[in-house]
Design a protein around this ligand. Structure first.
Ligand SMILES: [Zn+2]
Ligand SMILES: [Zn+2]
Length: 426
C-alpha cells in the first residue's frame, strides 16, 4: 500500500485530526509539525484522487479526543504556574491519558501498522507545548537538568511544577575559633532546646552546641537573595571546630531550594555575607554554579596546607628542626588510625604523602610549622607521632615530645586539578 492509500485508510477509521494522522509518520520528512504532515497527506491524496481534501475538527478526533487542540492552553498554564519565578531553562513532560494511548495503538493496528509506528502522543505533546512555553517565557529547553520542570497530567487536568535548586560556589575563611562549619544540634535535646518543660541545660536552651556556624553566616543570606525555601551548605571537607580556615579558604557550595531569583549579583552577595558575618567568617570568589558542583566539592580529592603551633618537650635547635622538616618533605607517612579519632571508625594503617614541610622556631621550645599534605593526612599525629602509631613523625625525628597547640588550615586545593573549572559555572 502506498503511503497515501495507507493514510487514507487511517483517516477512514473515523474522524482523525491532522496531528494524530501525521504523528503516525513522525519519522518521515523534516521541519514539519505532525499537524502539517497530516494535512499534507490529505492534500496529496486529494490531488491524486482529484477530490476535495477532508477537513477534520480536532475536537471531533476519536484518537486524541481533542487534546491536540490544547497545546496553547497547556503552555499558558505552565507559564502561569511559574509566574514570578526566574528561570532560564525548562523541560516539559506529559502523562498521557491511558485511553488516548490505547486509541493510538488501535488506530495503527486498524491498518496493520506497528502499534508504536511514528511517535507517541506524549512525545508530540512535550515538544509542541514545550516550544510554546519557550516562546511565552523567553527561555530555553534543556533535556539535562533544567531550572524548571513541568509535568502535564492530561487526564487529571493538572500541571505539576518542580523548581530545581540554584547553586552558589565560593571559598570561605573562618577567622575565629570554635565555629563549626555546619549547624551542630545539641544531642541532649535533639536541637529542640528543651528537656520536657525546662530549657535544655546542656545547650542553654538554644538547641545548638555552638551559637554560630559558617553555614549560619552564609546560607540564610544566599537563600534570602534568591528567595528560596531552604538552603543547604556543602563544604569541601571540614576543619576542626577549634581550627581557623585562613589563606585561600575552603571551597563550598550553597544550594538554594525552589529559588524565585537566579540571576543574582554575586558581588553584592559577597558584600552582604561578609557584612553579616562581621569578621568571624569571610567568603570570596562567589559564582553561580551548576548542580554538578555539589558533587565536585564533596568528592574531588584535595590536598591541605596546615599551619601548626608546636610545643616541644625539650629544647630544639633551628638546625635540627630544619633537618627534620626536610626529612618529612616528600616522605610517605604511615598512620595507624589515631587514638583521638572516633572509635567507631575501623582501625587501619593508611599511607599519605607530605608534599612540603617548613617551619621556624620562635624559641627552643616553640615553633610554627607549615605542612602541605595529601588529603587525609593526620597533622597532629604527624607532629606528635601518636605513641608510635605514626611513622615517621616530627617528634620521632627530633627525639623530643612535640604537640600541636593550635592548628589552622591555609589552603584546600584539588589534587589533580583545581576545583574551579569553567564547566561547573553558569
Ligand atoms: Zn487527534
Ligand atoms: Zn540541648
Amino acid at each position: 500500500m502506498s503511503i497515501l492509500d495507507e493514510a487514507a485508510a487511517l483517516a477512514d477509521t473515523g474522524p482523525v485530526c491532522d496531528s494524530c494522522l501525521g504523528r503516525v509518520y513522525a519519522d518521515r520528512s523534516f521541519g514539519l509539525t505532525n499537524a502539517e504532515r497530516g494535512r499534507s497527506l490529505r492534500v496529496a491524496h486529494g490531488l491524486e484522487t482529484d477530490e476535495e481534501p477532508e477537513s477534520v475538527e480536532t475536537a471531533d478526533c476519536w484518537v486524541c479526543e481533542g487534546e491536540c487542540a490544547r497545546f496553547d492552553e497547556w503552555a499558558e498554564r505552565c507559564a502561569a504556574a511559574v509566574e514570578g519565578t526566574e528561570f532560564e531553562t525548562y523541560q516539559v513532560g506529559t502523562r498521557a491519558p491511558p485511553l488516548v494511548e490505547e486509541n493510538e495503538a488501535l488506530l495503527r493496528e486498524e491498518v496493520g501498522l506497528d502499534p508504536d509506528a511514528g511517535e507517541l502522543f506524549k512525545s508530540e505533546f512535550n515538544r509542541e507545548v514545550g516550544k510554546r512555553v519557550g516562546r511565552l517565557t523567553d527561555t530555553e529547553v534543556d533535556f539535562g537538568r533544567p531550572d524548571v520542570q513541568f509535568l502535564i497530567d492530561v487526564a487529571e487536568d493538572r500541571v505539576e511544577t518542580t523548581v530545581n535548586s540554584a547553586f552558589v560556589y565560593g571559598r570561605y575563611r573562618k577567622l575565629e575559633r570554635d565555629i563549626p562549619q555546619t549547624e551542630w544540634p545539641c544531642r541532649e535535646c535533639d536541637g529542640s532546646g528543651r528537656q520536657g518543660r525546662e530549657p535544655c541545660d546542656h545547650c542553654g536552651g538554644s538547641g545548638y552546641l555552638y551559637d554560630d556556624s559558617v553555614e549560619q553566616y552564609v546560607a540564610p543570606i544566599v537563600m534570602d537573595l534568591m528567595d528560596g525555601t531552604e538552603a543547604l551548605f556543602h563544604g569541601a571537607g571540614r576543619e576542626d571546630v577549634d581550627a581557623l580556615m585562613l589563606g585561600t579558604g575552603r571551597p563550598f557550595v550553597v544550594e538554594v531550594k525552589e529559588p524565585r531569583r537566579r540571576r543574582i549579583d554575586v558581588e553584592r552577595l559577597e558584600g552582604d555575607v561578609n557584612a553579616f558575618a562581621d569578621g568571624a567568617v569571610e567568603v570570596e570568589g562567589l559564582r553561580l554554579a551548576t548542580y554538578d558542583m555539589v558533587e565536585r566539592v564533596k568528592e574531588l580529592d584535595a590536598s591541605k596546607t596546615y599551619r601548626a603551633e608546636v610545643t616541644f618537650g625539650g629544647d630544639v635547635t633551628a638546625e635540627a628542626l630544619a633537618d627534620a622538616l626536610e626529612e618529612l618533605t616528600g616522605a610517605t607517612i604511615r598512620q595507624y588510625t589515631p587514638q583521638r579519632v572516633d572509635h567507631r571508625r575501623a582501625a587501619l594503617t593508611r599511607e599519605r604523602t607530605v608534599y612540603d614541610a617548613s617551619g621556624e622556631l620562635s624559641d627552643p621550645r616553640h615553633a610554627t610549622v607549615e605542612v602541605h599534605g595529601q588529603g587525609g593526612l593526620y597533622i597532629k599525629e604527624l607532629v606528635s607521632g601518636d605513641d608510635g602509631r605514626t611513622e615517621p613523625s616530627l617528634a620521632g625525628l627530633l627525639g623530643v615530645d612535640a604537640d600541636v597547640s593550635a592548628l589552622d588550615v591555609t589552603a584546600v586545593e584539588g589534587e589533580s586539578e583545581a576545583f574551579e573549572q569553567s564547566e561547573f559555572f553558569r
